[in-house]
Design a protein around this ligand. Structure first.
Ligand code: BES
Ligand code: ZN
Ligand code: ZN
Length: 502
């Protein structure tokens, strides 16, 4: 476990095993590495010989004896820092991520790093410190819950951040974020024989109690009474009880309300439309959005913005069985609309439909944002570095894109255009739950399905099927669950407060 702290002393006064230097390509030895030169008078030649120029991604290490202890100097290249601010910020996160991985590999228990000059990153020193700390904390995550030899990997480490401004609040916020992100990543990585809807409901209840949030878990019988035909149709095939979790953070009755909705399928076999086994692998990740929403609520409860936030996370397991929903079945949702079931594997939109209707009806929120590992087509279109963003509200789209740039939890718009609307028409019900093949655009037609369940509230839909897990080449994200949508949601909520209180 890595703890990130604001250093209480100047850089060289922090007693550490590692001294980390984040160096732009134009760094000056006499200025940036003066003290190192005292240990290595020929530093310039040494760096030259090893071709360390500060180029992006370069790494180099030296060892020295300092106060009779062995210390390591770790040099990392930041590149030219001439790019657009959010690209530089993301690059910095990755450099920090590799620094943390190197710390781990070299078993450095405490290290110190200076927050670089903030200008190229488009944020102030505090925000930059927060981004560095968050990336460091995320890089430290490993899913070792079920490894019996994990003792070795559980070693404690500390990273001290030095800045020329007070960054203690920023680091405090980062620590809250890190704890929640890594907790929910673990939830997402844990297999479905452990993480059932009941497990998720208990997690939410415990968290709500700890943070003073209102928590309500709607059981299947009540969901039936409420007319949640979509939720029940997916739940009915499993021996696990579905749970419809509602959390409320209320700061003031008069404050605006943001609604967050997250798909929670603890395992997606496809149901009767059973997935071939190579596509079923990884379907424990199908509750990633619900975990991100719960994690965001955990953070929000601690950061206490001046805006109300309510979350709805329907939890089910999508299984085939003698009781399971069939193809051709027709279900009726909470708002009275009907859908033909063309594929029981398009289950996410069925549970989300009722979640959207419920949240709009019960809370009359000012805005709704949902997240879902909704379609395999999304990573085909966008790959693994951007979540799909669908909304008709341009201002909302712009805001979410900005939040993505600021946090690294990035989103890219897809057209929720009227041309796709007819792709979910049905001969026998109001709509059908899988888009007519000829239209293509399965990610968009899934978005259109959801659009039928939001009546008048500004609403955006995020498809995180590609970003929730197994994203290659991002050092601070690593293997398995990424925590996608959590940072984005928190940022969106924290910014919303500022705008409304003007
Ligand atoms: N959970 C899947 C989507 C998914 C696929 C997430 C791959 C992550 C990786 C979803 O429930 C699903 O199966 N969607 C179908 C919809 C289709 C039947 C209309 C899909 O994308 O194939
Ligand atoms: Zn499915
Ligand atoms: Zn699914």
């Amino acid at each position: 476990m890595l703890k990130v702290v604001a250093a209480e002393k100047p850089f060289w006064d922090v007693p550490a095993e590692g001294y980390i230097f984040l160096l732009p390509q134009d760094f000056q030895i006499s200025k940036d590495l003066k003290h190192v030169q005292e240990y290595y008078p020929h530093l310039e030649r040494v760096l030259k010989r090893h071709k360390f120029t500060g180029k992006k991604g370069q790494q180099f290490a030296l060892t020295a004896v300092r106060d009779e202890k062995l210390v390591q100097f770790l040099f990392l290249g930041l590149g030219k820092l001439e790019g657009v601010w959010h690209e530089e910020l993301e690059k910095l996160r990755r450099v920090v991520g590799s620094a943390v991985l190197t710390m781990k590999r070299r078993t450095i228990a405490d290290a110190v790093v200076r927050v670089p000059r903030s200008k190229p990153f488009g944020v102030n020193t505090q925000e930059l410190a927060k981004q560095i700390a968050t990336a460091a904390g995320m890089a430290d995550y490993e899913f070792i819950t079920f490894k019996t030899d994990k003792k070795d990997k559980e070693r404690k480490a500390t990273l001290h951040l030095v800045a020329d401004k007070d960054i203690s609040n920023a680091i405090g916020e980062a620590q809250i974020l890190i704890d929640s992100i890594n907790t929910i990543r673990q939830l997402v990585d844990m297999p479905a024989n452990v993480v059932t809807p009941t497990y998720m409901a208990n997690f939410a209840k415990k968290m709500a109690k700890k943070r003073g949030l209102k928590c309500k878990v709607i059981e299947r019988a009540e969901a039936e009474k409420l007319g949640m035909g979509g939720f029940c149709a997916v739940d009915v095939g499993s021996d696990q009880d579905g749970k419809f979790i509602v959390l409320e953070y209320q700061v003031a009755k008069s404050a605006p309300t943001i609604a967050l909705v997250g798909k929670g399928v603890t395992f997606d076999t496809g149901g009767i439309s059973l997935k071939p086994s190579q596509y079923m692998k990884g379907m424990k990740y199908d509750m990633a959005s619900s975990a991100a929403v719960l994690g965001a609520m955990d953070v929000i409860a601690q950061l206490k913005p001046k805006v109300n936030v309510v979350s709805v996370t329907p939890m089910v397991e999508n299984m085939p069985s003698g009781k399971a929903t069939r193809q051709d079945d027709i279900v009726t949702f909470m708002n009275g609309k009907t859908s033909e079931i063309e594929s029981t594997d398009a289950e996410g939109r069925l549970i989300l439909a009722d979640a959207l209707v419920y949240v709009e009806k019960m809370f009359k929120p000012d805005v709704i944002v949902d997240s879902a590992t909704l379609t395999g087509a999304c990573p085909v279109a966008l790959g693994h570095y951007f979540s799909g963003l669908m909304t008709k509200d341009e201002a909302l789209a712009k805001e979410l894109v900005e939040c993505g740039k600021a946090t690294g939890d990035r989103v890219w718009p897809l057209p929720l255009h009227d041309d796709f609307k007819r792709a979910i028409r049905s001969d026998v019900a109001d709509i059908v739950n899988s888009g007519i093949r000829a239209y293509g655009g399965q990610t968009i037609t899934a978005g259109w399905f959801l659009a039928h369940f939001v009546e008048k509230t500004p609403w955006a839909h995020l498809d995180i099927a590609g970003t929730a897990s197994d994203v290659p080449d991002i050092s601070y994200v690593g293997k398995g669950a990424t925590g996608a949508s959590l940072r984005l949601f928190v940022e969106y909520v924290m910014r919303y407060k500022k705008k409304k209180s003007k």
